[in-house]
Write a protein that binds this ligand. Structure first.
Ligand code: ADP
Ligand code: MG
Length: 450
């Protein structure tokens, strides 16, 4: 009974006297209203005696609806016998008081400006677009909106976004706000708790250029819906939005299709990995910056070239290498030599980055290995020949991808994150004891990595 009717129920909010729950389908909603409304209410009252009402709504995938439509859908207060079920009434969300909380942006690093950004083949377009955005004036026609920059980690997205923010805030009268997606999320959640959500939204919409970093971390239905409204409102009002993420819009799997296409509708620019010239340029600019404070510090060109050749991974490691050489030469009062550089950076030299494994690939490879179909893995079948492969696939999804438990659950036929967690733990436990299974899992991993 629980898994049929209640397993997919979510708690949306608790107000002083009412509770707002949601379920994924209209059918579930009407079934629960008809058969369980009294029990749900009395269960709540057992925990929280002040609760008088339970609102139940159908949740959709994240929507970009008008705010009014985001209020609970009117419940049909009918039972099978036609009597009203008064406990489950529709309510409008109470208007929030609009106190003007200051809207603080994320901290900016003073070093991350256009001046210190080195241009190379892999980032020319992203840089040019960012510059253009930063130099616009209030009221200028907006050329690409949103500007969406994506790349792997450490390739300069945050640098570029903060450069836009610095330049925008100093050069013109426009208001430029830089927020990480997490900050956006916490800002919004905090505003909801303190009943200042409206003020938060208003403040966001008063921004001329909204810069959002690491969009892939935007989590949570409400936050995503809010982001979606903000995005639409700003773009429609001709304001500029700049976004960075670690993947293209089409790969932001947890976001609603409409948001993804809105994101893809501006200018999407990828920054490829840093070429050797660019790496050398970044190293040189780092040395120059360090010399401003440590005049005696110098790194001979052959050493810089060696570093640029060897540290292929990302900008952060380049910066780390220079910092180490600086520390070492200061502490030991020694000039930087090639030999010293080789010793100091040994652990920064990494093999080629492993390729990104997709959940579909895992499902396909596991299905083939165990001779079941991919749809079996996604289905609700519980026979042993399907359950084990499914658990293995979920385990691999957790260990080989960066996807979260809820996301993996969703990709496995809409399972709950606790189910995924259970599978992961189960296989972890078995792999430790059962050598046959552990070999199988190793084999699967190897197939996927190839
Ligand atoms: P991301 O946000 O893409 O993960 P960051 O912007 O944080 O990457 O960059 C990581 C480090 O590399 C930072 O110290 C940054 O200043 C440096 N960096 C990356 N690309 C460049 C560049 N083109 N010019 C100068 N520094 C760069
Ligand atoms: Mg970043």
């Amino acid at each position: 009974m629980y898994s049929s009717w209640f397993a997919r129920m979510d708690l949306e909010s608790v107000q002083s006297e009412s509770v707002h729950l949601s379920v994924p389908t209209r059918f579930l909603k009407s079934w629960i209203q008809t058969h369980y409304s009294d029990r749900v209410l009395s269960c709540w009252q057992a925990e929280m005696p002040q609760v008088h009402r339970v609102d139940l709504t159908v949740r959709t995938a994240m929507r970009c609806a008008s705010p009014a439509k985001d209020a609970p859908v009117a419940a049909e207060p009918r039972r099978d016998d036609g009597r009203a079920a008064p406990e489950l009434r529709a309510t409008a969300i109470a208007p929030v008081s609009a106190t003007h909380e200051a809207l603080g942006g994320s901290p900016l690093d003073p070093r991350l400006t256009f001046g210190s950004f080195v241009i190379g083949r892999s980032n020319t377009l992203a840089h040019a677009a960012a510059r253009q955005v930063a130099e616009g004036r209030r009221g200028d026609p907006v050329m690409f909106n949103p500007l969406y920059i994506h790349s792997g980690v450490g390739l300069g997205k945050t640098h570029l976004l903060q450069a836009v923010t610095w330049a925008g805030n100093s050069g013109t009268e426009r208001k430029v706000l830089y927020l990480t997606a997490e900050k956006f999320m916490y800002g919004f959640v905090a505003a909801l708790k303190s009943q200042t959500a409206l003020a938060f939204k208003e403040a966001l919409r008063g921004i001329d250029v909204l810069v959002i970093d690491d969009l892939q971390f935007l989590q949570g239905k409400t936050t995503q819906a809010e982001f979606c409204h903000t995005l639409n409102a700003l773009i429609d009002a001709g304001r500029q939005v700049v976004i960075a993420a670690d993947r293209p819009p089409s790969d932001l799997e947890s976001l609603d299709e409409r948001v993804r296409s809105r994101l893809a509708g501006g200018l999407v620019v990828e920054m490829a990995s840093l070429g050797e010239d660019l790496r050398l340029g970044i190293l040189k600019s780092r040395v120059t910056a360090a010399r401003a404070h440590h005049a005696s510090f110098d790194v001979p060109l052959p050493v810089l070239e060696y570093l640029a050749r060897t540290i292929t991974h990302n900008g952060r490691d380049l910066e780390g290498a220079i910092n180490r050489l600086l520390a070492h030469s200061k502490l030991n009062a020694q000039p930087v030599t090639l030999e010293m550089a080789e010793r100091e950076i040994r652990d920064l030299v990494r093999p080629q980055e492993p390729k990104r494994i997709k959940i579909e690939d895992i499902q396909r490879v596991v299905a083939r290995q165990y001779n079941v179909s991919r749809s079996d893995l996604l289905s609700s079948r519980r026979t042993a020949n399907v359950v084990r492969p499914r658990q293995v696939a979920m385990y691999l999804a957790k260990t080989l991808t960066l996807r979260s438990l809820p996301e993996i659950g969703r990709r496995f036929g809409g399972r709950d994150h606790t189910t995924v967690l259970h599978a992961v733990r189960k296989i972890e436990g078995l792999v430790a004891k059962d050598t046959a299974l552990s070999d199988e899992v190793e084999l699967l991993k190897r197939q996927l990595q190839e």
